[in-house]
Design a protein around this ligand. Structure first.
Ligand code: AMP
Length: 430
């Protein structure tokens, strides 16, 4: 049997592939990235790329030792003679903050807005919209604790998906407070759950030790039933004065700008370095349990990585999930365009000349050519299959006179154009 791709990975296919789904389309992917680029760069964000693999220690410290990602889902990279101390990145933030610290990006005007996109890797249970290699657009703002930065980040995230034509994305907004607020909340959670240890899932018993807040995030139905039964109070009830004021300020900005959100007291981000503002972007098309994206403030991360205290906020959305949501809404992203012209020779001796004509057109527009001589009827057929706007034919007679027969495939209109003028003629009529 022919070899197959690893479970939980996808091929991003060219337009026109058989059975092409939206979330498999390479051109739909690049459309999402292109739209994000426009939105984020208009907002002052600069593109950054970091390695796909990083020191295991960075991921451990950056993502948090108590998270499922670090405990169960890391892809370790081994190579000959190495100790296996590298990890395929499971998310973008830790690498971006490491790069910020390592490359002295503090020198750039603050707050520094960075964006990136690319593949992330988590060894998860594979299901629809849950892959082992998936792709994110990430936005990070480093160097400000101001609530205005949080509100702007949320606005930009919403704008990215709206600009793609997605209507039904909803922000669920919460705050997870400052570390001391979380300590008080964790103490409350320990107190609430400890009498019911026997009813908690194994994972959640473990979480009760390490990070009780993460029990609220549990995927186990019995954990969720217990949480409901106990009437566990939300983190929002435990915000200290500063965190509460910051949260109110974020909301005031969003309200004033008309950015819709629902306050969701149950928002708990799975990553340890989050502080204060936390949010998720949801859409019915990807199901209630899965988010399109998530974000939050992570003032604690830079220090965790050995740098100075550096406030920051950021978000990421999953490109595959955005494509699933777009498909659910019936929004069609334009497919990639065919060439402006398909050039073909009618005789074997002019195949090279047809190619040369196409090469000249490529200075200004897309041009393809036939690799062997074709009959006129087949030229049109091949041109149409490639989605060309024009077909150009060169027989021996045309070659002798330095012209091509140019046919507009839509209207059927045909005329003779000198090869020298072809570029300009095509552009004028494109
Ligand atoms: P997180 O870093 O876990 O907050 O994830 C941010 C976003 O990345 C999620 O909301 C998803 O859209 C996407 N994402 C995370 N994990 C996966 C996965 N295993 N497969 C596909 N998308 C994912």
């Amino acid at each position: 049997m022919a070899l197959q791709r690893p479970k939980g990975t996808q091929d991003h296919l060219p337009d026109g592939s058989p059975k092409l789904r939206y979330d498999l389309s390479a051109s739909a992917f690049s459309r999402v990235v292109g739209t994000a680029r426009q939105v984020l760069e208009r907002g002052g964000a600069k593109l950054i790329h970091t390695p796909l693999f990083e020191e295991a220690e960075l991921v451990r410290r950056g993502v948090g030792g108590s998270t499922d990602i670090v405990r169960k889902e890391m892809f370790t990279v081994y190579y000959f003679g190495d100790h296996g101390g590298f990890i395929l990145r499971p998310e973008g933030t830790a690498g971006v903050v490491r790069a910020y610290l390592e490359n002295g990006l503090k020198q750039l005007p603050a707050p520094l807005k960075l964006w990136t996109h690319g593949p992330m890797f988590r060894a998860e249970n594979v299901q629809k919209g849950r892959l082992r290699q998936f792709h994110q657009v990430d936005y990070e703002v480093i160097g400000s604790a101001d609530a205005l930065v949080d509100a702007e980040a949320i606005e930009l995230m919403v704008r990215c998906v709206q600009q793609l034509g997605l209507q039904g994305a909803r922000v669920k907004l919460g705050s997870i407070g400052d570390p001391e607020d979380r300590e008080r909340y964790n103490a409350y959670l320990r107190q609430s759950f400890t009498p019911h240890l026997d009813r908690l899932s194994d994972d959640s018993r473990d979480r009760l030790e390490r990070n009780p807040m993460r029990i609220l995030d549990s995927k186990s139905a019995s954990d969720q039933a217990l949480i409901a039964e106990l009437g566990v109070r939300p983190m929002l009830d435990f915000l200290g004065e500063d965190a509460a004021a910051h949260f109110a300020q974020v909301r005031t900005y969003l309200d004033a700008w008309g950015v819709h959100y629902d306050v969701d007291p149950s928002i708990v981000r799975g990553l340890d370095y989050y502080r204060r503002t936390a949010w998720e972007l949801h859409h019915e098309g990807v199901g209630a349990k899965s988010a399109l994206g998530g974000g939050g403030r992570y003032d604690g991360l830079a220090q965790e990585l050995g740098g100075p205290e550096t406030p920051a906020v950021g978000w990421a959305f999953g490109i595959e999930r955005v494509l699933i949501a777009l498909e659910a809404e019936g929004v069609s992203l334009p497919a990639s365009k065919g060439p402006l012209v398909f050039v073909a020779a009618l005789d074997a001796e002019n195949v090279g000349l047809a190619a040369q004509v196409a090469l000249q057109v490529r200075e200004v527009a897309g041009a393809e050519f036939a690799y062997r001589a074709l009959k006129p009827g087949n030229v049109f057929k091949e041109a149409q299959r490639r989605g060309a706007t024009y077909a150009a034919l060169i027989g021996s007679e045309e070659a002798a006179r330095g012209v091509v027969a140019l046919k507009h495939l839509g209207s059927g209109e045909q005329r003779e154009v000198s090869t020298v003028d072809l570029k300009t003629t095509l552009l004028e009529n494109a």
